[in-house]
Design a protein around this ligand. Structure first.
Ligand code: AMP
Length: 541
């Protein structure tokens, strides 16, 4: 027997319709690429998205067409997203931190037909455009006064383009299963793979990410997504923000400590999210200036493991609650958040910070398991680690074009490539990438645990651990350290600091110092590059 309830498709334009109807005057503030802070509202964002959709449709773009964006987080970028989705198209966020050849490869793989770009990236687009045969139009997210000279054909200034439309347009009726967004994984190995979001997956993801034990945001929040829209959908905030009618503060291209602090302070931001590298810059800035964070209530930290010292600094010094989160582009991206279930709610001090080192529990809509190499499920005891597998309505079922099919099994489980343990209360902790875990004497050593421990040393700015070949044990850990500015710790200082905090056979065999640790385009430590750099390195003994 079928239920007798309405079929109300879960499509993304309903999000912006809702925001404009229920929260019309709530502000969307942007640090514009031209410089000044600009102000808009959800009503205006919707009105302008309708114009974008109308113009794209009028110019012959079809539902299903991939339309790229190469842009920072701004109100205009949001308008482009909702306009593209609203005409039935697929927004395809490009990560400008990738090499130009890689971006061109991705654009060709996706057959992007148009691109919205910020002024910042015009020189890059001039290089890319001739290499992407499918590309028909370039829309520069600026006004006529700021348009640069360019020899590219079919280029238009966004503001001028919008004047050609009146916004009298019906959102395209493509159904909730239609694709609406696309993002390629950064892929530390092999070619990047395309994740293709549907309207339904984006709407469900936005709903689950706002829940109190997930991000827990509402209309009273002022939300600053520092995490870029090109990094896994700004962790869904581009959709969840309007869904709950929050005021949004979009940071544009400036993510240094001073610029982020300025927005946190002047716009009275209550909620923000980004990778640890960004927060490192902010915390350093706060330390130097003595400024505080009186308005900020919560910060979500993920993308790579949040160092304990960072959680403690936010919570103890600035009174800001840290939510450690884990996710993947393939998961839209949220997979788990470390908010407190009743079992842990009364914890304080070190006990609480121990829990906050974990990446947390899955919200409704994410199923998890850990398995051994033979796919046998492992116990949730907080110790046994194995391959982390996930499924859910906002998890990829396959990659675009059928790439990487071996990561998906018949029962719908996606192998994340992460190694983790899960405790009896369902809190997951990543111990490694399966490619980075150090296999010593048949046992696994977590490189991430060692890195977290090393950065707890007051003279260490950043640390990475890689496994080096070892005659007797197979592999042994090497600790690579960037010292804090003006500090000169010795290897033995750092090792004695770590001693007693991990099993003795986990202790790195050696410590080496570098000026800089290489990062991927999404801010993760590039272990492949480190392994190349330290190939042939002789461990003592
Ligand atoms: P991306 O798709 O670029 O967001 O990368 C996803 C990968 O980032 C995951 O598979 C993890 O390896 C890593 N990652 C994300 N969040 C965390 C976290 N909180 N702790 C450790 N690793 C993380």
């Amino acid at each position: 027997m079928l239920g007798l309830m309405q079929e109300w498709p879960l499509v993304c334009h309903k999000i912006i319709d809702y925001a404009a109807r229920q929260h019309p005057n709530r502000e969307v503030v942007s640090r514009s690429i031209e410089g000044p802070i600009t102000r808009s509202t959800w009503r205006e964002v919707r009105a302008r998205s309708l114009k974008v959709a109308q113009l794209l449709a009028r110019e012959g773009f079809q539902p299903g067409d991939r339309i790229a964006t190469l842009a920072w987080n701004t109100g205009r970028h949001l308008e482009a997203w909702f306009g593209i989705m609203g005409m039935g198209g697929v927004y395809h966020t490009l990560n400008p931190r990738l090499f130009p050849d890689q971006i061109a490869w991705i654009m060709n793989h996706a057959s992007d037909r148009a691109i919205f770009t910020d002024l910042t990236f015009m020189p890059l687009v001039e290089k890319l455009a001739p290499a992407v045969e499918s590309l028909r139009k370039v829309i520069v997210l600026t006004d006529a006064a700021h348009m640069p000279e360019t020899a590219l054909p079919n280029v238009v200034a966004y503001e001028e383009w919008l004047t050609e439309a009146d916004g009298d347009f019906e959102w395209a009726d493509v159904g909730e299963k239609a694709a609406c967004g696309m993002c390629y994984t950064s892929g530390t190995t092999g070619d990047p793979k395309g994740v293709l979001y549907s309207h339904r997956s984006n709407v469900l993801h936005a709903m689950m990410s706002c829940m109190p034990d997930a991000m827990g945001i509402g209309a009273r929040d002022v939300v600053l997504p520092v995490v870029p829209m090109f990094h896994a959908n700004a962790w869904g905030l581009g959709q969840s923000g309007p869904m709950i009618g929050a005021k949004m503060v979009m940071p544009g291209g400036k993510m240094d400590g001073e610029s982020i602090y300025e927005l946190l302070d002047t716009e009275k931001v209550t909620f923000t999210a980004a990778v640890p590298t960004v927060w490192l810059m902010l915390l350093q800035y706060l330390e130097q200036t003595g400024n505080k964070l009186p308005h900020l209530e919560k910060v979500v930290i993920g993308g790579s493991a949040c160092p304990r010292a960072m959680t403690e600094a936010f919570e103890k010094v600035y009174g800001v609650e840290v939510i450690h989160a884990w996710g993947m582009t393939e998961m839209s991206p949220l997979g788990s958040l470390c908010t407190m279930k009743p079992e842990y709610a009364a914890f304080t001090g070190n006990d609480l910070f121990d829990i906050k080192q974990k990446q947390g529990a899955a919200p409704f809509g994410v199923e998890m398991k850990i398995t051994d190499d033979d796919d046998a499920e492992l116990p949730w005891d907080g110790k046994t680690f194995g391959r982390l597998k996930v499924r859910g309505p906002a998890v990829a079922a396959s990659y675009y074009g059928g790439d990487g099919a071996d990561q998906f099994d018949a029962a719908g489980w996606f192998d994340t490539g992460d190694v983790a343990h899960i405790d009896e209360n369902g809190y997951m902790q990543i111990t490694d990438r399966s490619k980075d875990v150090i296999k010593s004497g048949g046992e696994w050593i977590s490189s991430i645990d060692l890195e977290n421990l090393a950065v707890g040393h007051p003279d260490v700015a950043e640390a990475a651990v890689i496994g080096l070949p070892h005659e007797k044990w197979g592999e042994r850990p090497l600790l690579i350290v960037v010292a804090r500015e003006g500090r000169t710790p010795s290897g033995s200082d750092i090792l004695s600091f770590m001693e007693g905090k991990v099993a003795s056979w986990w202790m790195p065999d050696d410590v080496t110092f570098v000026d800089e640790i290489p990062h991927t385009a999404t801010g993760k430590i590039k272990k492949t590059a480190l392994r190349e750099q330290f190939e042939g390195y002789k461990l003592p003994g």
